[in-house]
Design a protein around this ligand. Structure first.
Ligand SMILES: *Cc1c(COP(=O)(O)O)cnc(C)c1O
Length: 389
């Protein structure tokens, strides 16, 4: 498929950037396990030297994810955390970054426990409130890092407006001002932040992109030519790259991304509406519900709502019995796979976040997070019903 071949996201998802191997005709991208590559002669290269720098299987995945995110450059890492960790090294001690307060606990841990001691400064802000983002700006603010919808409270940040805020701040101070979006929850099929003005997209490919709860991976996608070299250099130097076999697993999982996401969103809406009617449930957080405060904004900047539903129980005493009595749904962290998973954020995904900050965002001892899978919606509901009752 040539670069100028103009086809839809669904089609690129199925075929990737290179739909078949030009030498053999193989439809499945070959897994190049070779760690090193022979040079024809001095100062000549096939383009591949050593697999930490560049590997043909990984390159096909990187190009495909870049294409899906409407960016020019894609980089694949061993996990979402290693992608975010590489990206954050674009910044220097003294730089200040505004971060969504409601975000993946591991990202909080990485920034707070690892990069703060190296001299980076972070402010944790309700970025769905644009005024709060503006008020958090300082002369040294170089970036805003957001998750939208946020994890686990499903708040939506206006991507375009936030990009405008940080870009004009950068211009005013004659320095870089980047918007970084963690797009894990909606995947490139439902949301393309670069088109909305963001400068970088990061992903935990472990989730919807992989889709099968069997492979860790992470991605950075961007459009900036001057930074492209730097990020490749960071990826190659640090070595947190995705292995050829994992790259192939992700390419394989990716082929069904569009059908999975559409079905998971459909299921999520049905389950969310049912949860709203249950007497033991206090609140349901799902962007697809018409009464969600950010439903309209989400319709404007995304093509779908995704499969993540959070809900709070009225009584924290019901948590343990719900987790113990579910029979079909699996009590496990992570999300985006074909199986429905139930997570207790306070003790799992968000355990690294200090209790007062968790309270502020709403991650209480009564909050549950559901990653809705591909089972029949009625089976998911029946399981929740019997476990809650
Ligand atoms: C899981 C997750 C990460 C971390 O990715 P890993 O692949 O587990 O390293 C980052 N951001 C979000 C939103 C996630 O859900």
């Amino acid at each position: 498929m040539s670069e100028d071949y103009n086809c839809s996201q669904e089609t690129i998802i199925v075929h990737g950037v290179t739909p078949y191997d030009s030498r053999t005709g193989a439809i499945s991208t070959p897994i190049y396990l070779s760690s090193t590559f022979r040079h024809p002669e001095l100062f000549q290269s096939t383009g591949f030297d050593y697999s930490r720098s560049l590997n043909p299987t990984r390159l096909e995945l990187e190009n495909t994810i870049a294409r899906l995110e409407k960016g020019r450059y894609g980089l694949a890492f061993a996990s979402g955390m290693s992608a975010i960790s590489a990206l954050i090294k674009l910044f220097a001690p003294g730089d200040h970054i505004i971060v969504s307060i409601d975000l993946y606990g591991g990202t909080y841990r990485l920034f707070h426990d690892i990069y703060e001691p190296y001299g980076l400064h972070f402010s944790w802000v309700d970025t769905d409130d644009l005024e709060a983002t503006k008020n958090a700006l300082r002369p040294g603010t170089k970036a805003v890092f957001i998750e939208t919808p946020s994890n686990p409270m499903m708040k939506v940040t206006d991507i375009r407006a936030t990009a405008d805020i940080i870009h004009s701040h950068g211009q005013k101070h004659g320095q870089e001002g980047y918007l970084i979006v963690d797009n894990t929850f909606l995947s490139p099929y439902y949301q393309n932040p670069l088109e909305l003005g963001a400068d970088f997209v990061v992903h935990s490919g472990t989730k919807y992109i992989s889709g099968h709860n069997d492979t860790l991976s992470g991605f950075i996608v961007h459009d900036d030519e001057t930074i492209a070299e730097k990020l490749r250099f960071l990826q190659m130097s640090e070595g947190g790259t995705l292995s050829p076999f994992e790259s192939w697993l992700i390419l394989r999982g990716l082929k069904t991304l569009a059908v999975r996401m559409d079905r998971q969103s459909e299921n999520a809406l049905v389950v969310a509406m049912w949860l709203q009617t249950h007497p033991k449930v206090e609140s349901v957080y799902y962007v697809g519900l018409p009464d969600h405060p950010h439903h309209e904004l989400s319709l404007r900047q995304s093509k779908g709502f995704g499969g993540m539903v959070s809900f709070s129980l009225k009584d924290s005493a019901d948590v343990a019995s719900l987790l113990k009595n579910i029979r079909l749904i699996l009590f496990a962290e992570s999300l985006g796979g074909v199986e429905t998973l139930l997570t207790y954020p306070m003790v799992q995904t968000h355990q690294a976040i200090p209790p007062d900050m968790r309270e502020r965002t709403g991650v209480t001892d009564r909050l549950m997070r559901l990653s809705v899978g591909l089972e029949r919606a009625q089976d998911i509901i029946a399981d929740l019903k019997q476990a809650l009752d």
